[in-house]
Design a protein around this ligand. Structure first.
Ligand code: HEC
Length: 141
């Protein structure tokens, strides 16, 4: 038997691709399943029991995650430099640190984690962090 020509194979591939694309349809043809709207009005049972196990619903209070730093002198500099990688809670939940310890933390953000913080902004950032309400009791070295 003669092997199929390259043209025939190419035509077959194009034909199969066309059938697949037509069966997928345009994005507008895909409607969300009606079941989602229908079930949302039905309250979920608070507990389900089967085979000796009981699964009960409960509610959980998640810890507050402050996205930005609270107002204060230099808060704008801190919010501009310290919110790109992690939320403000990362700094706001630290124990009371001395000025030198805060300076070391900001230096670590710059040198180890490569935070693009301008050298001349560092004193303002350190002053802001040292003056945070939870930091007032910081032991002075
Ligand atoms: C380039 C990304 C980046 C930027 C910008 C950044 N950080 Fe971080 N920061 C990190 C990473 C990564 C960690 C480590 C996270 C971990 O351990 O889970 C971290 C951790 C911290 C911690 C936890 C204590 C520690 O030493 O690890 C503090 C406090 C902190 N950052 C403060 C700051 C402050 C203040 C600024 C602004 C001057 C800042 N960060 C900007 C990446 C960044």
């Amino acid at each position: 038997m003669k092997p199929p020509s390259a043209g025939l194979i190419a035509g077959g591939v194009v034909g199969i691709a066309a059938i697949v694309l037509i069966s997928i349809g345009t994005p507008n043809n895909r409607k969300p399943p009606a079941a989602i709207a229908a079930t949302s009005s039905v309250a979920a049972p608070s507990s389900v029991a089967a085979n000796g196990f009981t699964l009960a619903s409960t509610s959980v209070d998640l810890p507050v995650d402050e996205a930005t730093y609270p107002d204060g002198p230099h808060a704008d500099v801190v919010n501009a430099n310290c919110t790109a990688c992690h939320s403000a809670s990362m700094a706001l939940t630290q124990p009371a640190l001395s000025e030198d310890q805060w300076k070391a933390t900001v230096t670590k953000m710059r040198e180890v984690y490569k935070a693009p913080i301008a050298e001349q902004d560092v004193p303002a950032i350190v002053a802001y962090l040292t003056a945070l309400p939870g930091q007032k009791a910081a032991a002075k070295p």
